[in-house]
Design a protein around this ligand. Structure first.
Ligand SMILES: [Zn+2]
Length: 206
């Protein structure tokens, strides 16, 4: 299932966004009533978009931002920490310019084939387990069965030591790093794949 929030995720009520935390974490939704609790499958892909500030121009090289600095900061914090913590890939996207129109985009078929190959690679690797793709892998399985050399995971643990990443964040970075490797046709992630996943995680990727 694919859930799309539209242009402005922060426009949703904080309670509605926070209700996504459990299904994002466990892939299930628990409805508790007085007598019993029912558990429903709820695995989905969440895609959210957010302007950089109320006027939308903060960081633009073309248009001027008219917002006060404290308004920009408040706007950036409207998605709660726990919700942001469950978003694995954060990318900054500039408004398209005329020059972008001249760049030939990769054909959808080429991208779709690459994704299908990456999914097939994950299914082969996870044959005999209850899981089919990297996003479903529990942390202990990632860390034990798919253990990577210390030199490869070093960039992630350096961010744990400087406080910019939690240990749960490391698991999330490693899942994305495996997917980056799968998309590139590599058998396992390199340190560069971990660095790339880390830049997505920390919102430093453009
Ligand atoms: Zn602005």
């Amino acid at each position: 299932m694919y859930f799309r929030s539209g242009d402005e995720a922060p426009e949703f009520q904080a309670r509605a966004l926070d209700a996504l935390r459990q299904p994002l974490e466990s892939g299930t939704l628990t409805l508790a009533r007085s007598e019993a609790a029912s558990v429903f499958p709820a695995r989905f892909q969440l895609v959210m978009a957010q302007n950089p500030c109320p006027c939308g121009n903060f960081g633009s090289t073309v248009r001027e931002c008219t917002c006060r600095p404290d308004a920009v900061r408040r706007y950036g914090q409207r998605l709660s920490g726990p919700v942001r913590d469950r978003v694995d890939i954060r990318a900054n996207v500039d408004a398209p310019t005329m020059a972008d129109l001249d760049v030939a985009a990769e054909a959808s078929k080429v991208v779709a084939d690459r994704v299908a190959e990456a999914r097939a690679r994950q299914e082969r690797r996870l044959r005999g387990t209850p899981w089919r793709c990297n996003g479903e892998l529990p942390g202990p399985y990632l860390r034990r069965e798919l253990k990577l050399p210390a030199a490869v995971t070093a960039p992630a643990f350096a961010r744990v030591r400087d406080g910019s990443l939690t240990l749960r964040g490391v698991d999330r970075v490693l899942r994305v790093a495996w997917t980056i490797a799968d998309l590139a046709g590599r058998d396992r992630p390199t340190a560069d794949d971990v660095l790339r996943a880390l830049s997505f995680r920390l919102g430093e990727a453009a």
